[in-house]
Structure formats: C-alpha cells, structure tokens
Design a protein around this ligand. Structure first.
Ligand code: SF4
Length: 194
C-alpha cells in the first residue's frame, strides 16, 4: 500500500562535484611538497573547528536548524558540538544575554584553551537587539572579544553558515605567533583577562 504522504521521491542531481579542501600554496616536486607550517596548521584548524553553542533563547532554535541535515554544519568538520569549554575552539553565543549571565559567559570563555574564537549570532548577542533595557547586556563584546558578528533577528541558517565560513577564514590565515604578540595581550588586558 502506498504511503499517505510521499516525499523525497524525486532524485535530485548533484549540482557540483564534491571537492576536497584546497591545499596550501607551496612548492611541489617529485615526491615532495614544501609549504609553510603556518598554512598547514591553519588548514587543519579551520576544517576541524569544534563549536560550543551558548544558547539562551530563540537564536538557539536557528542553530538547531543549522546542525540538522538540511544545512548540516558537519560538512565543515564541525559536527562535534562541544558542551565542555575545555574541548572546543569556537564559542557561539546565541540569544539574549542578561547582565546577570554575563559573568557565566566570561567564565566559559576563560575556560576555553587558546587558540579560541568567538562568534556572536543574532542581534541580541551582537548588540542587545530589541532589548534596550537595564537588565540586558548590550552586546557580548562588552565582556569578551568577538571575532565575527552575524546580524539578524534571528539570522537564517545561511547567514550563520556565512559567519562560520568567515571564522574559518580567520582561523586559516591566523599567524601562529598572533596569540603571543603584544597586541593580543593588550586586547586581552582591555577585557581584564591576563
Ligand atoms: S536576535 Fe532575535 S531571534 Fe535572536 S535571540 Fe534575539 S530576539 Fe531572539
């Protein structure tokens, strides 16, 4: 007997061939390939980012769509969502952060090992959004440094993917020395982080 509802009955052709991640630039010869350590480490890091979702409200629902099969963040090597700050690379803050919760967000950030990155998803995490009130933090960059902001209320999963790919760009191009530089230390000190 036919099923009352039929779906996925049409085979969709693959629009583009599946491609491997592009390798770094370098010199290739017979049996050898030479490149910069920086580029190799960047390539490995950018394709294996482990995110920590810090979701407090509606943007978190959009994140669930991002992880589900249609948008599938796993395609970027990020299927392993970490709920332990010590085993993740990217803090994704999504939702309204009340001032009462700000110290918790900061504590999670501090428990992450370097190198760590931060993505602010949606208007609330980026700027307080529509909640211009005494109780709501007007952007998480008041307490921790943010690498990428994704606008929208809520941002669509495509927008979050775009933000995620911008993080990948930053990760891939980051110098191995950046975290030891005076400039980075100054940035951390400006947030009261040693
Ligand atoms: S940005 Fe909009 S959708 Fe996201 S948490 Fe704030 S109110 Fe909700």
């Amino acid at each position: 007997m036919a099923r009352p509802v039929q779906y996925n009955t049409n085979n969709k052709p693959i629009e583009a061939p599946i491609a491997l991640a592009k390798g770094p630039e370098g010199f290739a010869g017979e049996g050898f390939f030479a490149t910069k350590l920086n580029d190799v480490v960047g390539l490995a890091r950018k394709n294996s980012i482990w995110p920590l979702p810090f979701a407090t409200s509606c943007c978190g629902i959009e994140f669930m769509a991002l992880m589900a099969s249609h948008y599938d963040l796993a395609r970027f090597g990020s299927e392993r969502v970490s709920f332990s700050p010590r085993q993740c690379d990217l803090l994704m803050v999504m939702g309204t952060i009340a001032k009462k919760m700000a110290p918790i967000v900061k504590q999670v950030y501090l428990q992450m090992a370097e190198p760590r990155w931060v993505l602010a998803m949606g208007a609330c995490a980026s700027s307080g959004g529509i909640f211009d009130s005494y109780a709501v933090l007007q952007g998480i960059d008041q307490i921790i440094p943010v690498d990428v902001y994704v606008p929208g209320c809520p941002p669509r999963p495509e927008a979050v993917l775009d933000g995620f790919m911008k993080v990948q760009d930053l990760v891939g191009k980051e110098s191995l020395r950046r975290r030891n530089s005076e400039r980075y230390k100054d940035l951390m000190n400006s947030y009261g982080i040693e």
